[in-house]
Design a protein around this ligand. Sequence first.
Ligand code: ADP
Ligand code: G6P
Length: 481
Amino acid sequence: MAETQSRLVAVSNRVGPLSDEGQAGGLVVGLSDALKRHGGLWFGWSGETSAEGTQSREKTEVQENVEMTTIDLTEEELKGFYLDYANRSLWPLLHYRLDLAEFDRASDRIYRNVNHRFAVRLMPHLREGDLVWVHDYHFFYMGSELRQAGYKGRLGYFLHIPFCSPEVFSALPASHDIVRAMLAYDLVGFQTERDRRNFVNFCTGELGGEELDEERLRVGDRTVITRAFPIGIDAEAYARFAVSPEAGEHEEMLRDISRRRGAPEGEEGGRKLIVGVDRMDYSKGLLERFYGFERLLEDYPENRGNAIFLQVAPLSRSEVDAYADLRHQLEHTAGHLNGRFATLDWTPLQMMTRGFTRKALAGIYRAARVCLVTPLRDGMNLVAKEFVAAQDPDDPGVLVLSRFAGALAELKGGCITVNPYNTDDVAAALQKGLTMPLEERKRRWQVMREAVFTGTAQHWCQTFLDRLEASHDEAGGTGGK
Ligand code: ADP
Ligand code: G6P
């Protein structure tokens, strides 16, 4: 594959860090893994508020070959754009939670305006020949705003989260405006073929669009290319993290807490560890997962005293009610489960909200016999891929993966697939994972390893950019800048 020579300009709400400190969120992890290799400009929100907001002075930080430039939001912009429109309207809607979605015109207006402001602030940075790549549901209107501001170069977009079915998406008052705005991009990328199909069906069913071939779609006088580009991780680097001293310390700590009192070192003396690692988000199916673990202890009592479930769940978007409510429900459910089953020397479920470095997390994955990744809906899910990359080839763990995670398309040959809404199914999958013979674990892991080491972050970035380079003229773009 030829390395593209054009400068990459990536735009996303969250920007950086490029370091291995760790930050919960798949977009930053995938994009920083990709940008570290590729270089370029990364433009977005500083994570701070100020009186000037999107009119504030830029902050610039250069790390290796990546320049990160950010601007602030005002308190009003933060509320209307990020908390309300992005996370109270779009996030639940696109994750099929219409019951949680709220729509109001004040936040719609602020969301559009923030997209406009970011486009205006980005314009002076753009040079001839750049590849501009906009990311995620915070910036649906950014492409059409850049075009209106006069940008004529190549313009791509990638949605990191699911694109829901047209029946659900059409509940959004601005659904037509958003999809029409997305047609300003030359290339629109999705995590899976299912997401792409939903988008295409919306365009044909609601906007009178026409599919020209497998990729090209015409709506009115616009032709766009749509394609699935599953995001990945830097698998080689992750596998190295997993054998670092820091990972080793964490793995060892977990083996210590899993050891039965007075038991000798080694497998016979240990309890089996199940881990889950997710932002505390209702889309991740955490509550349903806790019920699945409880059912395991009810229906397969040999696990009482012998299995420990560690759920790492960093707090996320706590200002949004649905997230604060979820925290209460999880704490209540965990407390209830432990109260019911714990003994003097065994606490079945541990939930912690703290952050970890990427190396520490890799050690946690490596200590686990089973990783539970059971979202009710997820664009991709990088935790599943990190778990695979971190395993010891001589004694790999088992991945239990939701049928509603984008990652299933690549990992289904090796994981145990579950319906996260079916408590019995989750319990049976856990039991199967906990008792799976070594040979079968190795065979399944090998299949998943192949997928994770092929579909990396670098591969995702390069295939997208190669397609974007070629797409502009094909898509009937407005000609080079
Ligand atoms: P999402 O993007 O919805 O959060 P993903 O599974 O795709 O879901 O990505 C989550 C990312 O956040 C992973 O890279 C994971 O390692 C990271 N992460 C999750 N929890 C923590 C934590 N406690 N500390 C540091 N990183 C975390
Ligand atoms: C998901 C989204 C990202 C987002 C991340 C963390 O990965 O796709 O766009 O950055 O969650 O959420 P936050 O609201 O903290 O940015």
